[in-house]
Design a protein. Structure first.
Length: 495
């Protein structure tokens, strides 16, 4: 294993986080807050530690999928550990575990929190929480693709390990150019929302913080009421951008290069996603209309909760804990499904569900017509068999992780709905669940063990299970002593 290049990447990540911390430092300076001192100290420590790690110059920048999994997983762990330090040192969090919980929740764009009162935070810390969503939304290592001295194949291993979805492809021949294109789209959407929110009457600080949380599909807000206290215009803008960021970003690149047929007509995943969102909002609106003065008001409220949960953002404008069981069941199903692959949203992903459903359909057809040859198709193309097998394997592992996590969390003696939706909300990077962890609750009542389990779920959910779980595999570390570069390349091509 190429340890030197992994350490070099981790050093670059720490330096990058030091740059990120300049944002809350600037906020603290503007508002005259003492919290800025701690962000300055931790930022300097990140720079110093990162510089030391970057002194380990690798003999070669080329590495393979194993190193990619290790580099990505440890990068996210280090990001969270360092990012929690200023939040704890300011005294705004009672313990380092609690600060870690919210930081991991921020970087993984989960939005679950242990805090009962967000409004007591300093402006610097509140801004940092929202900024972690934006930093982790597209992926920190995807951002570093443009500057990492790695070959194209090595970059692809990092992108596959960090990007959400059953498969990752290149928009253009070079992976580094793909990362640049994705971040240009990401920044453009963010600036569009900031401008829209300011036109709706919000100050720059609120517009930036809410845009970071929305575009990153995170869910940290500035008020205890989340988005409920803002006007209808702000809520509509947030609904639009939550859905925009829940769709595969490749779609926007196809629109940019005028391949409209692929972007709109052949994009079966986005079409199914929008159909499910619309149908869910209509069904819930009819189910809850008796509690509102008009059907449009009920539909608006329903659409916001549908958009925020299916995109895994986690904002709220209503306490859906009080809604009928039919509506809550739809919301839980949407939490499981999640957004599209290649978006900043979490969940099982629409494309993966389409692949699994296609595999089940083909199995039924093969039982009826044993000699027939069936293939899974999506977006007008045939899905390779290895991706179908990976999706089925992912679903199996996903179920096991849910069951084990619920079992461990149940030691705290919360009710089953709370335990199950807490695991589902963290593993799918949603944020709120039901009952004790609903939109008006928080995760502060869980024990340290349960918080660790839920933090693990947030990480494995954001990194799509396998990059983290491979670290527990003996085959990851017990590699043959001698392997030629050509042998490793063949192994990676097979994988």
């Amino acid at each position: 294993m190429n340890v030197s290049v992994i350490l070099n990447i981790l050093g670059t990540v720490l330096c990058c986080e030091g740059i990120f911390m300049l944002a809350p430092l600037l906020v603290a300076a503007i508002y005259g807050e003492q919290a800025g001192f701690f962000y300055a100290v931790v930022a300097a420590a990140c720079f110093l530690t990162g510089a030391v790690l970057r002194f380990t110059r690798p003999k070669t920048g080329v590495f393979y999928s194993r190193e990619g999994f290790v580099a990505v997983t440890f990068s996210w762990i280090i990001l969270s550990m360092a990012g929690a330090l200023p939040m704890f040192l300011t005294g705004e969090y009672p313990s380092y575990i609690d600060a870690m919980f919210d930081t991991i929740s921020g970087f993984t764009t989960t939005g679950a929190s242990v805090l009962s009162s967000v409004e007591e935070l300093s402006r610097a810390t509140a801004f940092w929480r929202c900024f972690t969503h934006w930093s982790g939304g597209m992926g920190v290592l995807v951002f570093l693709m443009a500057v990492l001295p790695l070959s194209g194949s090595s970059n692809l291993h990092l992108m596959r390990a960090e990007s959400p979805g059953p498969s990752v492809g290149k928009l253009v021949p070079k992976v580094r150019q793909t990362a640049i294109i994705l971040y240009k789209i990401y920044i453009f959407i963010t600036l569009m929302q900031v401008a829209a929110l300011m036109l709706a009457g919000l100050p720059l600080y609120d517009s930036l913080a809410l845009s970071f949380s929305t575009v990153g599909t995170g869910g940290f807000a500035l008020l205890n009421s989340s988005i409920a206290s803002y006007n209808i215009a702000v809520q509509i803008i947030i609904i639009i951008f939550m859905l925009v960021c829940a769709i595969n970003f490749n779609t926007y690149y196809l629109i940019k290069i005028r391949r409209f047929k692929e972007a709109f007509i052949q994009n079966s995943e986005a079409g199914l996603f929008l159909l499910i969102v619309s149908a869910s909002a209509v069904l819930i609106a009819f189910n809850i209309k008796d509690g509102f003065s008009s059907f449009p008001q009920a539909f608006h409220t329903a659409m916001f909760q549908v958009a925020t949960l299916v995109s895994s953002t986690g904002f709220a404008t209503a306490d859906f804990n009080l809604w009928p069981e039919f509506s809550k069941t739809i919301l839980v199903l949407l939490m499981f499904m999640g957004a599209c692959a290649g978006s900043t949203g979490g969940g099982f992903k629409v494309s993966r569900l389409m692949i699994v459903a296609g595999a089940v359909k083909n199995e039924l057809l093969n039982m009826i017509h044993p000699r027939s040859v069936q293939k899974v198709n999506m977006n007008g193309r045939r899905v390779p068999d290895h991706i179908v097998n990976t999706a089925l394997c992912y679903m199996t592992v996903y179920v096991f992780v849910v069951l084990i996590s619920v079992l461990l969390v149940s030691l705290d003696n919360f009710d089953m709905t709370t335990n199950f939706t807490a695991v589902l909300a963290t593993l799918n990077n949603i944020g709120p669940g039901l009952n004790a962890v609903g939109p008006t609750g928080n995760f502060g009542g869980f024990s340290v063990l349960s918080k660790i389990v839920l933090m693990f779920d947030m990480l494995v959910g954001r990194l799509e299970l396998f990059p983290v779980l491979t670290l527990f595999s003996p085959w990851m570390w017990r590699l043959p002593a001698r392997r030629s570069r050509k042998e490793f390349q063949k192994m990676d091509e097979f994988e």
